[in-house]
Write a protein that binds this ligand. Structure first.
Ligand SMILES: C[S@@+](CC[C@H](N)C(=O)[O-])C[C@H]1O[C@@H](n2cnc3c(N)ncnc32)[C@H](O)[C@@H]1O
Length: 237
């Protein structure tokens, strides 16, 4: 898919009309939840060093303060982020597509609320109220969506945030759209952007990027290739 194909997708909510998956056929989650159900806590074993994620979580916690409402989108096992935010006194809601990951998250983070949902369903009229969160963490979860859906997911995050709410986002730098990759004995489909393009997509969805961090990361597992992780610290514009 060339970049021209999705230039149209980087538009504000008011201009973008129906979501691309609304009529069904372009939304395909086949195998994604099942893969993460099967992966379970081996995910945390494959990615033992999460300095970038912990630093971004610490930024959210320190910026928002105890009592703030924060969404952990694609929360996985709840480690480290949901637990980090709950331990800092924030009111955490974790959302994930995988029942298996959510079962682990509920065990790992007693003080948080968890909800099984697809990121694509967190649009207006979905299970979470608009403008109800002070902050959102979306660590390596939007990369699970096909590229045309990512601007809409960012738009949904923007709508869930209060004015000037914060988002900590991480993606893996890669010029790919919905490619199947082997991952911990399963197959998952992932998308990504090169750095400059990611900045454009995030800005077009209505966020100011306050800060960027990146990390060259070599996972512990041999079937997961080394990657460049990008963390964007953002504010709802
Ligand atoms: C790569 S893991 C990241 C987990 C966690 N955020 C972390 O960084 O440790 C991606 C997570 O997103 C979840 N996920 C995948 N597609 C999703 C979707 N469409 N909606 C909600 N969650 C999804 C997976 O089940 C998995 O737990």
């Amino acid at each position: 898919m060339g970049t021209g194909d999705y230039e149209h997708a980087g538009v504000r909510r008011a201009d973008r009309g129906a979501v691309p998956h609304a009529d069904g056929p372009r939304r395909d989650r086949a195998g994604q939840a099942e893969a993460f159900d099967a992966i379970g806590d081996r995910y945390d074993e494959a990615f033992p060093h999460k300095e970038g994620q912990i630093a971004a979580g610490a930024w959210l916690a320190a910026s928002l303060g105890p009592g703030a409402r924060v969404l952990d989108l694609g929360c996985g096992t709840g480690l480290p982020t949901a637990r980090q935010l709950a331990d800092a006194g924030l009111r955490v809601t974790g959302v994930d597509l995988s029942a298996g990951m959510l079962a682990l998250a509920r065990e790992n983070v007693a003080g948080a609320t968890f909800l099984q949902a697809d990121i694509a369903d967190l649009i207006e009229g979905g299970p979470l109220a608009a403008a109800s969160f002070d902050g959102v963490a979306a660590f390596f979860s939007l990369l699970m969506l096909p590229r045309p859906e990512i601007p809409y997911a960012l738009g949904a995050i923007r709508d869930l945030l209060k004015p000037a709410g914060l988002m900590a986002l991480s993606m893996v730098e890669a010029d790919v759209d919905d490619v199947a990759i082997p991952f911990l004995g399963n197959t998952i489909r992932v998308s990504g952007y090169l750095r400059d393009e990611l900045h454009h997509v995030v800005a077009d969805a209505g966020f100011d990027v306050i800060k960027e961090d990146s990390y060259a990361y070599a996972p512990a597992s041999t079937d997961v290739p080394p990657e460049e992780q990008i963390f964007l610290y953002c504010r709802r514009a």
